[in-house]
Design a protein around this ligand. Structure first.
Ligand code: NAP
Ligand code: GLV
Length: 306
């Protein structure tokens, strides 16, 4: 069995060593133009030329959860596209989002500013019930995030395409319940995949439906958010702030207004990183299953887009 590795921006050697050790007997090589046909590919942001040449692939393993960039390419029609299914990401995402929600709710930025100014001051505790958190996308990551927030006794609502039952989370499903979900939300967390249906989903018309003093946490993809609409609602005071990990252009261009807006916290697309060893173990296990004709989870539906 031949496995080919084509991950832009990733040092290949540790991945090759890990895959070789997890799949003894497999030939694992880095792709070079003109390389022989492989059975499975491990990819991140490969060029179109890769798929134009590698037409015999049975499995394409994306080393991230989001496949929006991959699905823009013309892929071999018979290949099964597989995304990372958690592989250590959901706990990172839960840490990041809980941190952002709690930092806002407990006014830690204001306390920090006071302390820096030499002020020992108290603020009146805010009511948790006034800060319902809405999680868009209740998949592998969103469900873990929603349930982690519920552990802190925040009122939590969730929204997905198909109906869900999650302990501690009031779940809404489908486009027809989106407005109900938004109006029940003060802190909005985005964990949707980027698809034609979800692009620009956070825009003036939708963000205006959040409860007054709303807060936006975007940890999915930059193209879910219309930047100018967020800035305008922050200016008007309908929204109180935002924590953003993902952007339309990454790295965020130096002149972008998000860099210096005091109501916006930014991080460099780091909320849930690909963990190499867990990812290799998951991918190797799935390659073994595919080769044995057994079912696997995390298969992408190219029509649905996730
Ligand atoms: P997932 O398991 O596929 O979950 C996606 C969720 O979104 C599902 O609940 C799905 O509903 C829902 N959904 C999709 N389209 C919808 C629509 N049109 N309306 C309502 N709900 C919709 O994905 P995941 O593993 O949780 O990852 C989510 C995203 O996080 C990824 O696609 C990626 O873009 C992003 N991500 C970011 C980072 C980072 O570091 N910033 C790291 C990893 C992932 P159903 O359950 O009904 O299908
Ligand atoms: C990261 O953004 C991922 O999709 O895994």
């Amino acid at each position: 069995m031949k496995i080919i590795f084509c991950c832009t921006g990733t040092k290949p050697e540790p991945w090759l060593a890990g895959l070789r050790s997890a799949l003894p007997g497999a030939e694992v090589e880095v792709w070079q133009p003109g390389a022989p046909q492989a059975d499975h590919a491990v990819v991140w942001a490969p060029p179109q030329q890769f798929f134009d040449e590698q037409t015999a692939l049975k499995g394409i393993f994306n080393i991230g959860a989001g496949v929006d960039a991959l699905l823009k390419l013309k892929l071999p029609p018979k290949a099964t596209v597989v995304r990372l299914d958690d592989a250590g990401m959901s706990v990172q995402m839960a840490e990041y989002v809980c941190h952002a929600v709690i930092r806002h709710f407990r006014e830690f930025d204001a306390y920090e500013a006071d302390i820096r100014a030499g002020k020992w001051s108290y603020r009146k505790p805010l009511e948790r019930s006034d800060f319902p958190v809405g999680v868009m996308g209740l998949g592998v990551l969103g469900a873990r995030v929603a349930q982690s927030l519920a552990q802190f006794d925040f009122p939590v609502v969730g929204w997905s395409r198909s109906a869900k039952t999650l302990a501690g989370v009031r779940c809404f499903a489908g486009a027809e319940r989106f407005s109900d979900f938004l109006s029940a939300t003060r802190i909005l967390v985005n964990l949707l995949p980027l698809t034609p249906e979800t692009r620009d989903i956070m825009r003036l018309q939708t963000l205006s439906q959040l409860q007054s003093g709303g807060y936006v946490i975007n940890v999915a993809r930059g193209a879910h958010l219309v930047d100018e609409d967020l800035l305008s609602l922050l200016d008007k005071g309908h929204l109180a702030g935002a924590t953003l990990d993902v952007f339309r252009t990454e790295p965020l261009p130096g002149e972008h207004p998000f860099w210096h807006n005091p109501k916006i916290t930014i991080t460099p697309h780091t909320s849930a990183r690909t963990l190499r060893d867990q990812s290799i173990a998951q991918i190797a296990g799935k390659i073994r299953c595919l080769e044995a004709g057994q079912p696997i989870v995390g298969v992408v539906d190219p029509v649905r887009g996730y």
